[in-house]
Design a protein. Structure first.
Length: 421
């Protein structure tokens, strides 16, 4: 636990490099590369990536074999994270020869020159046949790989890729191959891909409109009934996978809307086009925080404490979803996407005893509360995270301190652990 005075040295560097868009470099995995252009802050990129690699290496979440009556066989579907995709022993133990990776080609997954590193090792020569080169001490067993280089952010549109993930799963499951579907943690994007696969299977087998549904009234009634059927099926599948994935908490808030829109697309529903636009609007040309006038005006917060660094510390991200609590404090809305990046960035500031800029606090408070139990090394939902490598006792108290200073309401789990200190 970091006790006593906290340094503002890093905050001062962000302040000095505000014009260079320093804070926008923390918005996504891709944007971390912008730190290369800011010599004073380049060191932070490697610190954050090192923390991300440690988080993945220490992830003890189990891989899950998914069971459902509508899954094709004889192959099997497994759900997992990067920790499973990077482990050849795990892949061999479960006879996994096909993989869907919903993951960007970032420094965790990809190396620009080393073909044996990360997910690049799946990109094998097409001349290498099934079973060739295998055996004790052999390279990884994966022979078929679909890479969906989707950035893990709240507005990432997985819809454009559900056709190819469906075809890949169907082909390899029917051929008797076991398929791992993974993202970074196996809690959101990968789960959504498997649910979408089952949605389409159900639509094609039980819901697809039959001949004879002519007439506007009859079509409208049939469409409404079909949507109700699809919704009930999707919710049942989601709950089934949620139970099978335990003790891993699947976090589907941002994908529930996407999978609803996928129902509409499958049905050819008249509301599909507008809901697709509303759900996944095109990002503005300069949406990155600090990227210029197009990013929108800053929303300053009334300073609550003196100090030369507070100007930087108290700037808000324009896209932050904030409401006011009854006590008048700013309440950050939960928002999916890049949870591991948000956590690891916050951990770096905590471990080094550095005062975080407001966007670091805001993005941390967007994550699901389950993560805070993990960060404090507590027991949660039957799992003890003490000594897990993800535990950083005192983390919540540290960020509660700056929430108070910046005028934010702390998430319930943060308040719980802060009160225990």
């Amino acid at each position: 636990m970091v006790a006593g005075p906290v340094s503002t040295a890093w905050l001062d560097l962000f302040e000095a490099n505000w014009a260079s868009g320093a804070e926008s470099s923390l918005e996504s995995y891709d944007s971390l590369d912008r730190l290369d252009a800011i010599p004073a802050l380049t060191f932070l990129k490697e610190l954050i990536w090192e923390e991300i690699r440690n988080w993945v290496a220490n992830n003890k979440d189990p891989m899950t074999a998914v069971h459902h009556r509508d899954l094709d066989g004889p192959g099997h579907v497994f759900l997992g994270g990067m920790n499973h995709a990077l482990n050849d022993d795990t892949l061999r133990a479960h006879d996994i020869t096909a993989v869907i990776s919903i993951h960007p080609r970032d420094l965790l997954a990809w190396h620009p020159t080393n073909a044996s590193y990360g997910l690049r090792r799946f990109e094998r020569p097409s001349s290498l046949g099934e079973g060739e080169g295998e055996g004790e001490g052999s390279p990884c067993p994966v022979r078929h790989h679909l890479m969906i280089p989707l950035e893990d952010r709240s507005n990432a549109d997985l819809m454009d890729h559900l056709g190819e993930t469906h075809d890949f799963l169907q082909s390899h499951l029917r051929a008797g191959r076991n398929v791992l579907v993974h993202c970074k943690s196996g809690r959101s994007r990968s789960v959504a891909v498997v649910i979408a696969y089952l949605q389409r299977k159900h639509y094609e087998a039980a819901v697809r409109p039959r001949d004879g549904d002519d007439g506007d009234d009859r079509k409208a009634t049939a469409t409404a009934a079909a949507l109700a059927d699809m919704t009930a099926y999707r919710e049942a599948v989601t709950e089934s996978i949620r139970q099978q994935r335990l003790p891993v908490s699947i976090i589907m808030e941002r994908f529930e809307a996407l999978l609803h829109i996928y129902d509409l697309q499958l049905l050819g529903h008249p509301a599909y086009a507008q809901e697709r636009v509303d759900g996944f609007p095109e990002p503005p040309a300069a949406a990155a925080f600090g990227s210029g006038p197009a990013a929108g005006p800053l929303s300053p917060v009334t300073p609550l404490s003196p100090g030369g660094s507070q100007g930087m510390g108290l700037r808000l991200r324009p896209e932050t979803m904030v409401s006011l609590s009854p006590a008048g404090r700013k309440r950050v809305m939960k928002r999916g996407g890049a949870a591991i990046l948000k956590i690891c960035t916050a951990v770096v500031f905590f471990r080094h005893g550095q005062k975080p800029p407001v966007p670091v606090v805001e993005r941390l408070f967007e994550i699901n509360d389950d993560y805070f139990y993990e960060l404090e090394g507590a027991e949660h939902k039957g799992v003890s995270y003490r000594g897990s490598g993800h535990d950083h006792p005192g983390f919540c108290a540290f960020y509660s301190r700056f929430a108070d200073e910046y005028g934010y309401e702390v998430p319930p789990a943060v308040a719980l652990f802060s009160s225990e200190k």
